[in-house]
Write a protein that binds this ligand. Structure first.
Ligand SMILES: [Ca+2]
Ligand SMILES: [Ca+2]
Length: 183
């Protein structure tokens, strides 16, 4: 609040001494939100790679999980980097014993062509468990994050049937910060 008051005061003061419209305004919109802002991001929590919502208590099929994430203005999680996968797995391991979570990965539209459905981009990261995706019995078209509690290995995803019941992880789109400089 004090910053806002100061900002308004500054504008008025400069306005008063430059009555002929000599003010210059610079606006900028940048990706990311500064840590100095105390934003209430509920139901998302901040991890080093973004904002995530973890549904540990309920399980549901892939489609309903996708809908649930959209209802809170998120998407099922997509892993763009191994750092992101590791950050999410690290948080899950210290929080719960649940091992299977829906991601936005699917090849439902084109068999064998896995994309992150939340972004439309191809899954080109080497984060599949060994010998996956195997489309077992020709029934597996959705990618779950499968955490092997006994393994220190951070892999990864596995294709399973989309109608299985799983917990899920939602991801919020990156925030942006708008700044206005007046002089
Ligand atoms: Ca992501
Ligand atoms: Ca599989």
């Amino acid at each position: 609040m004090m910053e806002k008051l100061f900002g308004i005061f500054l504008v008025c003061f400069i306005g008063a001494i430059t009555p002929f419209g000599a003010l210059r305004v610079l606006t900028d919109v940048a990706n990311g939100v500064s840590d100095s802002f105390k934003l209430d991001t509920t139901p998302f929590i901040k991890l080093p790679t973004g904002y995530y919502h973890f549904e540990f208590d309920k399980t549901t099929n892939w489609f309903k999980a996708f809908e649930a994430c959209r209802r809170i203005n998120g998407h099922l999680v997509s892993f763009e980097t191994k750092d992101e996968l590791e950050a999410v797995v690290r948080y899950i391991r210290k929080t719960t014993y649940t091992n299977h979570f829906w991601t936005s990965g699917t090849d439902y539209a084109k068999k064998g062509h896995y994309v992150w459905f939340a972004t439309g981009k191809k899954i080109d990261l080497d984060i599949w468990w060994p010998d996956e995706p195997n489309n077992f019995n020709d029934t597996e078209h959705c990618a779950e994050l499968s955490i092997n509690a006994k393994s220190k290995q951070v892999k990864g995803i596995n294709d399973v049937g989309c109608l299985l019941s799983r917990s899920y992880v939602c991801e919020a789109e990156e925030g942006t910060t708008a700044s206005v400089v007046v002089w």
